[in-house]
Design a protein around this ligand. Structure first.
Ligand code: ATP
Ligand code: MG
Length: 396
């Protein structure tokens, strides 16, 4: 029989009455994710997702790679199904894992029998298969305490399954079960990590990017689109809203005190993001803000920028060290793109001496000469909605 993947469910098994909804969502997410690799059958039984290639055309390696990035799954393994018969189980283990056993110094067999009609219990299965494998691989000793390699046998409803050690899954909750939120995506290191982290908690992510052509280049925009594409490996296809921000930045530069440039700009970003978020069904904003990292990321500054919106602002990186954020960026594959040196609109008109402890009433006064609502309406009219998928051609 063909090799198939078993994906073990994580926290979602704890969710009681919602469990059915969680499982449906997970199955839907996996089905959509597997599509680009061919024809796969996907079903869930006993807290396990079965991903089974339906024909020889399927790109099994590509699909296996993709299984590492599915939220709601704690561990994944490739296995070989076989008939529920002890001789077939042994033959399958030998054919499928024999080479691995020749490379290891010691091993044991661990069995699970969820089909109670099977005539041997799990201890008996392990003993029988372990004995036969030990005879066939005299250089690999049985060691039940600290084996170097473990052969797993699972006797389940439809078949028996043989596999080697599992690999960690992406963890978290299935994307979509935690609602929908709008991530403010810049070209930096932080915001793609923030999008990833909220997607991991089951949030379906949509993005908004503020773009200040010609102060920022087409390359800078492509960089952000590429970051969004890289994040879709984890959170599935998403919409990126590109907002033309030039006019607002020029209006701020021409009319407001320099020390407040960044704060006023960020208040526009927040309000516009909320205006795009609500009709799209997003119940929160997400930013990559990190306490103390820059002048606009003090508590007082966050209070001033957050004051223009009334939905929650999720800042999953707020308490992390830069090094921790960089480690995640590297792990999810966004770091190399993030550090490309294309400028962001935040760096276009940066004040020399930004206020780090702003007072809301003073900021409101500093922006009073602007027709905020008109500028916001104009920016909203410029929004370009782009759907980004992982199999899009890279943007850079
Ligand atoms: P990042 O690495 O994510 O760019 P940062 O450390 O550079 O963050 P800031 O530039 O102060 O910090 O931005 C803080 C947050 O504001 C970003 O994490 C992002 O969520 C949002 N943001 C900044 N610039 C933009 C932009 N041009 N478009 C959309 N969101 C932005
Ligand atoms: Mg930035």
């Amino acid at each position: 029989m063909k090799e198939i993947f078993l994906l073990k469910l994580g926290e979602i098994v704890l969710k009681g009455a919602n469990r059915r909804q969680f499982e449906d969502r997970l199955r839907q997410n996996i089905r959509r994710r597997m599509k680009m690799y061919g024809n796969f059958d996907i079903y869930i039984m006993q807290s396990t997702v079965y991903v089974e290639p339906m024909d020889d055309m399927a790109d099994v390696e590509g699909a296996w790679e993709a299984c590492h990035a599915i939220f709601g799954v704690v561990s994944i393994c490739r296995c070989r199904p076989c008939e529920k018969n002890i001789d077939r189980i042994y033959e399958t283990a030998e054919a499928y894992l024999g080479d691995d056993l020749d490379m290891a110094k010691s091993f044991k067999v661990e069995s699970k029998r969820s089909d109670k009609a099977f005539p041997m219990n799990s201890m008996e299965i392990s003993r029988e298969i372990g004995g036969r494998l030990a005879d066939a691989h005299p250089t690999c000793a049985v060691d039940v305490r600290k084996p170097e390699y473990i052969v797993y046998v699972e006797v389940r409803d439809l078949a028996a399954y043989v596999h080697g050690p599992a690999e960690p899954g992406a963890g978290g909750l299935p994307t979509g079960v935690g609602g929908r939120a709008m991530c403010l995506l810049s070209g930096g290191i932080d915001s793609p990590v923030a999008a990833y982290m909220m997607a991991k908690r089951g949030v379906e992510v949509e993005c908004v990017h503020f773009f200040s052509y010609p102060y920022t280049s087409q390359l800078a925009r492509n960089k952000v689109m590429e970051l969004a594409r890289l994040v879709t490996r984890y959170c599935g296809r998403m919409t990126v809203n590109v907002v033309s921000f030039t006019k607002i930045q020029e209006a701020i530069r021409d009319n407001c005190p320099e020390e407040y440039f960044t704060l006023i700009m960020r208040r526009f970003m927040m309000e516009i993001s909320q205006r795009i978020a609500l009709p799209d069904g997003c119940g929160a904003l997400i930013t990559g803000e990190n306490l103390g990292q820059v002048a606009s990321q003090t508590m007082q500054a966050m209070a001033v920028t957050g004051a223009v919106v009334d939905i929650p602002i999720f800042m999953p990186l707020v308490g992390m060290d830069k090094e921790e954020i960089v480690t995640i960026a590297r792990k999810i594959g966004t770091l190399d793109t993030s550090i490309l040196p294309y400028e962001d609109c935040c760096t276009v008109f940066t004040p020399k001496h930004p206020r780090t402890k702003p007072v809301l009433s003073q900021v409101v006064e500093a922006e009073a000469s602007l027709d905020r609502q008109m500028l916001i309406e104009e920016a909203l009219a410029s929004v370009e909605k782009i759907t980004v998928k992982y199999d899009d051609t890279p943007y850079l």
